[in-house]
Write a protein of this length. Structure first.
Length: 84
């Protein structure tokens, strides 16, 4: 579901790949925290077994979003005749 949500946000022009590069460290920590909350046991092995798929969803999301925002053509400013 996460890649689909990020794909939708990318198509709406809200996020791009630069977002994923910038917040990669936050995603690792967030994945660890989320895995710690949803893991039924307290052992480190289970924590990492749950963390890895969560983080991989983040990286897959980074692959499905658009690379850069579309370049908008710069329109020439029309100066009023008073400025001439």
């Amino acid at each position: 579901e996460l890649p689909l949500v990020f794909w939708l946000l990318s198509n709406l022009g809200l996020i791009y790949r630069s977002f994923f590069r910038k917040y990669r460290r936050h995603a690792v920590v967030g994945s660890l925290i989320l895995a710690a909350l949803i893991t039924p046991s307290g052992d480190p092995f289970s924590l990492f077994v749950v963390t890895i798929p969560l983080y991989m969803l983040w990286e897959i999301s980074a692959l499905v979003v658009k690379k850069e925002p579309p370049e908008e053509e710069e329109e020439e400013e029309v100066l009023p005749a008073i400025m001439e």
